[in-house]
Design a protein around this ligand. Structure first.
Ligand SMILES: [Cu+2]
Length: 190
């Protein structure tokens, strides 16, 4: 179950982590229902009216046996809402960055040394193997850019990885949707 935890404080997170993650072995499969995202249907009569989808930090339980994980969720949801349109229905989405400037960066980057003693590389194992996180990555501002994977779009709407959108700013993207029926996914490209 993708169970969104609201207003999860830092101390709560540490307690959860301490209680649950350390003694977690194999995860039990098929215990959580499939999460079904909410559906957005942008108005079809006015392409100029944008639909705003805001990226916000949120704590998500990815499995009942795992502690909550900090993620950036579209409209605070993981997965984000499904945008449902008809063929040829052009829409504009305002992907807005609502991640606080001083918010925690939900990515931990480490450089783990290669093992030469014959054991499997530690990159196949959970955890950091005692290595400190990369401070340069941790200090990055929480910028975002959203890419609609597979869509045919104008270059300015595509969500190139370098098109950084900072706190409070919006990435305005237009999608012509002039193609056969398909299911695509959007994701942060930062
Ligand atoms: Cu992609």
């Amino acid at each position: 179950m993708t169970d969104i935890i609201e207003r999860f404080t830092d101390s709560d997170a540490k307690t959860e982590t301490g209680e649950r993650s350390l003694d977690t072995g194999e995860l039990t499969p098929y215990v959580a229902p499939l999460p079904v995202p909410t559906v957005l249907r942008p108005a079809s009569d006015d392409v100029l009216r944008e639909t705003e989808i805001a990226l916000r930090p949120t704590w998500v339980r990815l499995h009942p046996q795992l502690p909550p994980t900090l993620m950036w969720g579209y409209d605070g949801q993981v997965p984000g809402p499904t945008i449902e349109v008809r063929r040829g229905q052009r829409v504009r989405i305002a992907w807005t960055n609502r991640i606080p400037k001083d918010g925690e960066y939900p990515v931990t980057s480490v450089e783990v040394p290669l093992r030469t003693d014959g054991r499997p590389q530690s990159s196949t194992e959970p955890g950091r193997d005692g290595v400190e996180p990369n401070k340069d990555v941790a200090a990055l501002p929480a910028w975002s850019v959203t890419h609609l994977h597979g869509a045919q779009t104008g270059g300015g709407n595509d969500g190139w990885a370098d098109n950084a959108v900072g706190f409070g700013d919006a990435q305005l993207s237009e999608y012509p949707n002039d193609h056969q029926s398909v299911q695509w996914w959007y994701h942060d490209h930062a």
